[in-house]
Write a protein that binds this ligand. Sequence first.
Ligand code: FAD
Length: 294
Amino acid sequence: MRIREFVPLSNYTSYGIGGPARYFCQPTNPAEVKTALSFAREKNIPYYVLGKGTNVLISDAGLAGMVIHLGKDFSRLTIESHRVIAESGLALNRLIHTLAEQHLGGFEVLAGIPGSIAGAVVMNAGAYRVFIGDYIEAVEVITPAGQFKTMANTQLGFAYRTSIFQTRPFHKYIILRTHLGVLPRNENDIKNAIGLSLEKRRQHPQLPSCGSTFKNPPGIPAGKLIDEMGLKGIRRGRAQIAPQHGNFIVNLGGATAQDIYNLIRFVQAEIKEERGITLQTEVKLWGEFKNPPA
Ligand SMILES: Cc1cc2nc3c(=O)[nH]c(=O)nc-3n(C[C@H](O)[C@H](O)[C@H](O)COP(=O)(O)OP(=O)(O)OC[C@H]3O[C@@H](n4cnc5c(N)ncnc54)[C@H](O)[C@@H]3O)c2cc1C
C-alpha cells in the first residue's frame, strides 16, 4: 500500500474544501488498514478515517496526521439470502440500489444520502424517520491497537445522528465491514420509495455542502430556527446559508473552510443569544480553525 504525503483533501470532500493530509493512504483490505495504524503509531501521529467526506469540514491548513481513506477499493458487497455484508467504502446509494435489484430493502428512503455505509453507521444516518442503525446487525472493527473485533447492534449506541463511534475511546475504532438485516420487498414499492426520496432531495440546495450543518435541537428543526431568525442567505466570504434551506451552508465556489466555520459560529452565537438554544454541529470539524472576528 502506498502512503502518500501532502495530499489535498479537497478532492475527497463534498464541500470540495480541505488542506493537505501530511500522510494519506487508501487500504484495499483489513491487513492494509492494520499497516496504516502501525505507521501512525510508529510516527506518533493522530489518524483520521475518511469515507466519502460528505459530513466533514477539514481546515484549510490540512491535517498534521494520517488520513486513512476507505473508498472504492474497499467496497465489496456480499448478499446471502437476507443477510448482507458491506465493506466500509461502499456507497449507501449503491447498496440501496443493488438490494432493490434483488427485491430487498427496508431503508430505501435513505436513497440520495451521499455517504458510505461506514459513515452512515457512525452518523446513524437517517431521513423521514428511518435510521440506518435499525438495520445494522453487527460491525467488524479494528481497534487502535490493531485488534479485530465484532460488535453487535446492542453495543453500538445508536441514537439521533450518533453512535458509540462518536464517543471515546470508540472514536478511534475503524469500521471494516457492516452486517445488515434486510427485508424482502416488492420491486415497485422500493422503486417508488427511492423515486420519491430522490424527488424530495431535488428541492434541496444543489451547491456543494455537507447536508444539514446542525443537529435538530429538541422540539424544533434547526433549519426552521435559522429561518425564523432571518439568517438565510447570509454570507461569509464565499460561503452562504442556503436561501432555500436554513440548515445547509453551501460553498458558492471558492469558499474556504474558515468561511464555512465563520458562518457556523455566527449562527450558533445568534441562536444562543436570541433563543437561548445551543445548536450542535452535525458536521464534523477536523483540524484547526481561527475564532471568527467578533
Ligand atoms: C447533499 C447532502 C445531503 C445529506 N443528507 C443527509 C440526510 O438526509 N441524512 C443524514 O443522516 N445525513 C445526510 N448527509 C450527511 C452525510 O451524507 C451522512 O452523514 C453520511 O452518512 C456520511 O458518510 P461519509 O462516508 O461521507 O462519512 P465521512 O464524512 O467521510 O465521515 C463522517 C464520520 O464518520 C467517520 N467514519 C467514516 N468512515 C469510517 C470508518 N470506516 N470507520 C470509522 N469511522 C468512520 C469519520 O471519521 C467521520 O467522523 C447529507 C450530506 C450531503 C452532502
